[in-house]
Design a protein. Structure first.
Length: 91
């Protein structure tokens, strides 16, 4: 995703930071579709790479990526939720 956004930032920086709430719905939809395609493509590339490096079948590499992504997601989300809850309790 980072190369995609860097290219976008280099080519048309105004559209990357533009607020689309009061304009056409077309551009955010394109962004959502491109993000989904790039995410799926990254998984398609990453699964065989992990499988080859660790000498395991594709299904095991899929679950390896899934579990590691979930752990990383939880390590990011749980502290954020704890901060939000602690701030809301103090108010």
């Amino acid at each position: 995703m980072i190369p995609f956004y860097l290219i976008w930032l280099f080519i048309e920086p105004a559209s990357l930071f533009y607020n689309y709430e009061n304009s056409m719905f077309f551009f955010p939809t394109i962004d959502l579709v491109l993000n989904a395609i790039i995410t799926i493509w990254c998984l398609v590339i990453a699964i065989p790479i992990v499988s080859e490096v660790h000498k395991i079948p594709y299904w095991k590499s899929y679950f390896t990526l899934l579990i590691s992504s979930l752990i990383l997601f939880l390590l990011i989300i749980v502290p954020i939720l704890m901060i939000i809850i602690s701030i809301s309790v103090w108010l």
